[in-house]
Design a protein around this ligand. Sequence first.
Ligand code: GDP
Ligand code: MG
Length: 178
Amino acid sequence: FAAAMQRELLFKVLVIGDLGVGKTSIIKRYVHQIYSQHYRTTIGVDFALKVLQWDKDTVIRLQLWDIAGQERYGNMTRVYYREAVGALVVFDVTRASTFDAVMKWKDDLDQKVTLNHGVPVPAVLLANKSDQAPCQQPRLDSFCRENGFVGWFETSAKENTNIEEGARCLVEHILSHE
Ligand code: GDP
Ligand code: MG
Protein backbone atom coordinates (compact mmCIF):
# COMPACT_ATOMS: atom_id res chain seq x y z
CA PHE A 1 0.00 0.00 0.00
CA ALA A 2 2.74 2.44 0.96
CA ALA A 3 4.58 1.76 -2.28
CA ALA A 4 1.50 2.74 -4.24
CA MET A 5 1.54 6.12 -2.53
CA GLN A 6 5.02 6.96 -3.78
CA ARG A 7 5.38 9.58 -6.41
CA GLU A 8 7.94 9.03 -9.11
CA LEU A 9 9.52 11.99 -10.82
CA LEU A 10 11.67 11.91 -13.93
CA PHE A 11 14.08 14.81 -14.38
CA LYS A 12 16.20 15.42 -17.43
CA VAL A 13 19.47 17.02 -16.36
CA LEU A 14 22.16 18.23 -18.76
CA VAL A 15 25.86 17.97 -18.02
CA ILE A 16 27.62 20.64 -20.05
CA GLY A 17 31.02 22.28 -20.29
CA ASP A 18 34.13 22.20 -22.45
CA LEU A 19 35.81 19.08 -23.70
CA GLY A 20 37.96 17.31 -21.12
CA VAL A 21 36.60 19.04 -17.99
CA GLY A 22 35.36 15.72 -16.60
CA LYS A 23 31.66 15.56 -17.54
CA THR A 24 31.71 11.87 -18.42
CA SER A 25 33.87 11.07 -15.38
CA ILE A 26 31.44 12.86 -13.06
CA ILE A 27 28.48 10.93 -14.47
CA LYS A 28 30.30 7.60 -14.27
CA ARG A 29 31.33 8.31 -10.70
CA TYR A 30 27.87 9.43 -9.64
CA VAL A 31 25.87 6.72 -11.39
CA HIS A 32 28.22 3.73 -11.58
CA GLN A 33 30.72 4.49 -8.77
CA ILE A 34 33.65 4.09 -11.13
CA TYR A 35 36.54 6.26 -12.27
CA SER A 36 39.14 5.71 -14.93
CA GLN A 37 42.11 7.83 -15.95
CA HIS A 38 41.87 6.65 -19.48
CA TYR A 39 40.72 9.42 -21.67
CA ARG A 40 37.77 8.41 -23.77
CA THR A 41 35.69 10.81 -25.76
CA THR A 42 32.02 10.02 -25.60
CA ILE A 43 30.50 9.34 -28.99
CA GLY A 44 27.04 10.74 -29.61
CA VAL A 45 24.72 11.80 -26.82
CA ASP A 46 24.76 9.39 -23.97
CA PHE A 47 22.60 9.27 -20.89
CA ALA A 48 22.70 7.55 -17.58
CA LEU A 49 19.98 7.05 -15.02
CA LYS A 50 20.46 7.70 -11.31
CA VAL A 51 17.59 6.61 -9.11
CA LEU A 52 17.24 8.45 -5.81
CA GLN A 53 14.94 7.53 -2.96
CA TRP A 54 14.54 11.21 -2.16
CA ASP A 55 12.24 10.83 0.82
CA LYS A 56 9.78 8.20 1.94
CA ASP A 57 7.18 9.38 -0.55
CA THR A 58 9.36 10.33 -3.50
CA VAL A 59 11.51 8.46 -5.95
CA ILE A 60 13.46 10.59 -8.38
CA ARG A 61 14.85 9.30 -11.64
CA LEU A 62 17.60 11.61 -12.77
CA GLN A 63 18.35 11.23 -16.41
CA LEU A 64 21.83 12.68 -16.89
CA TRP A 65 22.57 13.73 -20.45
CA ASP A 66 26.20 13.65 -21.40
CA ILE A 67 27.54 15.24 -24.56
CA ALA A 68 29.91 13.78 -26.83
CA GLY A 69 32.35 15.50 -28.99
CA GLN A 70 29.90 18.26 -29.99
CA GLU A 71 31.27 20.39 -27.15
CA ARG A 72 34.21 20.93 -29.46
CA TYR A 73 31.96 23.02 -31.68
CA GLY A 74 30.66 25.22 -28.92
CA ASN A 75 26.96 24.69 -28.61
CA MET A 76 24.33 22.03 -28.77
CA THR A 77 21.14 21.49 -30.69
CA ARG A 78 17.73 22.26 -29.29
CA VAL A 79 16.92 18.55 -29.27
CA TYR A 80 19.55 18.01 -26.64
CA TYR A 81 18.12 20.79 -24.48
CA ARG A 82 14.46 19.94 -24.95
CA GLU A 83 12.52 19.44 -21.71
CA ALA A 84 15.60 19.67 -19.52
CA VAL A 85 14.77 20.85 -16.01
CA GLY A 86 18.30 21.43 -14.70
CA ALA A 87 21.96 21.53 -15.62
CA LEU A 88 25.36 20.85 -14.16
CA VAL A 89 27.87 23.20 -15.78
CA VAL A 90 31.40 21.89 -15.38
CA PHE A 91 34.81 23.52 -15.68
CA ASP A 92 38.32 22.29 -14.95
CA VAL A 93 40.06 24.25 -12.18
CA THR A 94 43.44 23.63 -13.83
CA ARG A 95 42.43 25.24 -17.15
CA ALA A 96 41.28 28.87 -17.06
CA SER A 97 39.87 28.72 -20.58
CA THR A 98 37.26 26.21 -19.43
CA PHE A 99 36.09 28.67 -16.77
CA ASP A 100 35.89 31.43 -19.39
CA ALA A 101 33.63 29.12 -21.39
CA VAL A 102 31.18 28.65 -18.51
CA MET A 103 29.17 31.76 -19.43
CA LYS A 104 28.98 30.66 -23.03
CA TRP A 105 27.46 27.36 -21.89
CA LYS A 106 25.07 29.11 -19.51
CA ASP A 107 23.93 31.53 -22.23
CA ASP A 108 23.40 28.68 -24.68
CA LEU A 109 21.35 26.84 -22.06
CA ASP A 110 19.19 29.87 -21.25
CA GLN A 111 18.57 30.58 -24.92
CA LYS A 112 17.47 27.07 -25.75
CA VAL A 113 15.40 25.95 -22.80
CA THR A 114 13.35 27.55 -20.04
CA LEU A 115 10.80 26.36 -17.54
CA ASN A 116 7.20 27.54 -17.79
CA HIS A 117 6.84 31.31 -17.91
CA GLY A 118 10.38 31.70 -19.22
CA VAL A 119 12.07 30.95 -15.89
CA PRO A 120 15.68 29.78 -16.46
CA VAL A 121 16.34 26.15 -15.56
CA PRO A 122 18.36 25.81 -12.35
CA ALA A 123 22.07 25.38 -13.00
CA VAL A 124 24.81 24.33 -10.57
CA LEU A 125 28.46 25.12 -11.32
CA LEU A 126 30.99 22.33 -10.71
CA ALA A 127 34.66 23.29 -10.29
CA ASN A 128 36.07 19.89 -11.15
CA LYS A 129 39.54 18.32 -10.70
CA SER A 130 39.75 19.99 -7.30
CA ASP A 131 42.21 17.24 -6.34
CA GLN A 132 44.71 19.11 -8.54
CA ALA A 133 44.30 22.74 -7.53
CA PRO A 134 42.33 24.88 -5.09
CA CYS A 135 39.74 27.28 -6.48
CA GLN A 136 38.91 30.80 -5.41
CA GLN A 137 35.88 30.69 -3.21
CA PRO A 138 34.89 34.38 -2.84
CA ARG A 139 35.18 34.87 -6.58
CA LEU A 140 32.90 31.93 -7.33
CA ASP A 141 30.28 33.04 -4.79
CA SER A 142 29.86 36.37 -6.54
CA PHE A 143 30.20 34.83 -9.99
CA CYS A 144 27.25 32.53 -9.24
CA ARG A 145 25.14 35.33 -7.82
CA GLU A 146 25.79 37.57 -10.81
CA ASN A 147 25.31 34.90 -13.44
CA GLY A 148 22.27 33.06 -12.18
CA PHE A 149 23.81 29.83 -10.91
CA VAL A 150 21.99 28.39 -7.90
CA GLY A 151 25.28 27.26 -6.34
CA TRP A 152 28.75 25.88 -6.93
CA PHE A 153 30.78 22.95 -5.65
CA GLU A 154 34.43 22.00 -5.82
CA THR A 155 34.30 18.47 -7.16
CA SER A 156 36.65 15.66 -7.95
CA ALA A 157 35.45 12.71 -9.98
CA LYS A 158 38.79 11.11 -9.21
CA GLU A 159 38.46 11.33 -5.43
CA ASN A 160 34.67 11.29 -5.31
CA THR A 161 34.35 14.70 -3.72
CA ASN A 162 31.13 16.72 -3.61
CA ILE A 163 29.43 15.19 -6.64
CA GLU A 164 26.48 13.91 -4.60
CA GLU A 165 26.25 17.27 -2.85
CA GLY A 166 26.21 19.16 -6.15
CA ALA A 167 23.53 16.89 -7.56
CA ARG A 168 21.44 17.17 -4.39
CA CYS A 169 21.58 20.96 -4.55
CA LEU A 170 20.37 20.85 -8.13
CA VAL A 171 17.52 18.46 -7.32
CA GLU A 172 16.37 20.67 -4.42
CA HIS A 173 16.11 23.60 -6.81
CA ILE A 174 14.36 21.53 -9.47
CA LEU A 175 11.82 20.40 -6.88
CA SER A 176 11.17 23.97 -5.82
CA HIS A 177 9.80 24.58 -9.36
CA GLU A 178 7.59 21.45 -9.39
P1 GDP B 1 34.67 15.22 -20.67
O1 GDP B 1 35.26 15.44 -22.02
O2 GDP B 1 34.20 16.52 -20.07
O3 GDP B 1 33.63 14.17 -20.64
O4 GDP B 1 35.88 14.76 -19.72
P2 GDP B 1 36.28 13.27 -19.24
O5 GDP B 1 35.34 12.79 -18.19
O6 GDP B 1 36.47 12.42 -20.43
O7 GDP B 1 37.66 13.57 -18.51
C1 GDP B 1 38.77 14.11 -19.19
C2 GDP B 1 40.05 13.69 -18.49
O8 GDP B 1 40.12 14.30 -17.20
C3 GDP B 1 40.15 12.18 -18.25
O9 GDP B 1 41.50 11.79 -18.43
C4 GDP B 1 39.74 12.02 -16.81
O10 GDP B 1 40.33 10.89 -16.21
C5 GDP B 1 40.26 13.31 -16.19
N1 GDP B 1 39.47 13.71 -15.01
C6 GDP B 1 38.12 13.81 -14.94
N2 GDP B 1 37.73 14.19 -13.71
C7 GDP B 1 38.87 14.36 -12.99
C8 GDP B 1 39.13 14.75 -11.63
O11 GDP B 1 38.24 15.03 -10.82
N3 GDP B 1 40.44 14.83 -11.26
C9 GDP B 1 41.47 14.55 -12.11
N4 GDP B 1 42.72 14.66 -11.64
N5 GDP B 1 41.25 14.16 -13.39
C10 GDP B 1 39.97 14.07 -13.82
MG1 MG C 1 32.83 13.08 -22.26
